[in-house]
Design a protein around this ligand. Structure first.
Ligand code: AMP
Length: 223
């Protein structure tokens, strides 16, 4: 059983790296932001509660986040373990998490703010399957269409200059606190997120003492 946390500023490749980790290791990827986005897109009650907060780049309340994480983890579909992305984002969430789960490793994807801006403002997302694209270095084969499922590519509502500035401020303000908690109790590995996705994945696997990434296993090595 392997339980990992992946942290990093928006656009650092948490989703991509998590996807590359999960398939051949049989892990489950839990993207807390993805769960919220799914609820917004599907007009659920939870979606209505979080839509405005998310669009402004602000954090959803800890109570709601903890409920979502608890519900997701009690599904127990993670026999081989999980990698959780986008959580915990502040001290309270970190303490809540560590009370209930042992963690085997915390990966921190490190990316300078200038590169974050360049990536996030060029990011597109498949409205159907959630696959991430980047108009700079991972363009879809057909403009505006997802390579995997043909779905429409859209811009995330919070991928704007204004919302990004809020998210960057919030990230820097809160992350150090979370890392301090993890450093005291767990394993924290900082990985440079600037290289190509496969190179970043190799570094992650070395840190976690995992077998090398086999691109054929996921069919997905994009940014
Ligand atoms: P992400 O996909 O990780 O960038 O998350 C998108 C948005 O979902 C964030 O800007 C927050 O509004 C919300 N969100 C995701 N994870 C959390 C969390 N752990 N705590 C609070 N809000 C969150």
């Amino acid at each position: 059983m392997r339980k990992y946390v992946i942290m990093g500023v928006q656009g650092s490749g948490k989703g991509t790296q998590s996807q590359m980790l999960v398939t051949d290791l049989g892990l489950v990827h839990i993207g807390v932001g993805d769960i919220f986005r799914w609820n917004v897109q599907n007009h659920t009650k939870l979606g209505a509660q979080v839509r405005r907060t998310m669009a402004a780049g602000e954090l959803v309340s800890d109570d709601l986040v903890e409920e979502v994480v608890r519900d997701r983890l009690t599904q127990h579909d993670w026999n081989f373990g999980f990698i959780i992305d986008g959580f915990p984002r502040n001290r309270r969430q970190a303490e809540f998490f560590l009370e209930s789960y042992d963690i085997d490793g915390v990966i921190v994807l490190d990316l300078p703010d200038s590169e974050v801006r360049r990536r996030v403002l060029n990011r597109r997302l498949c409205a159907n399957c959630g696959m991430d694209y980047n108009l700079i270095d991972s363009t879809p084969k057909e403009a505006g269409k997802c390579d995997m499922c043909g779905g429409e590519l859209i811009t995330r509502e919070d991928d704007t200059e204004e919302a990004l500035a809020v998210r960057l401020r919030e990230y820097h303000a809160q992350t150090e606190e979370v890392l301090e908690i993890f450093r005291r109790k767990e394993y924290v590995f900082v990985v440079d997120a600037r290289p190509a996705p496969e190179a970043v994945q190799d570094q992650i696997r070395k840190c976690l003492a995992l077998p090398p990434f086999e691109p054929g296993e996921t069919g997905n090595g994009r940014a």
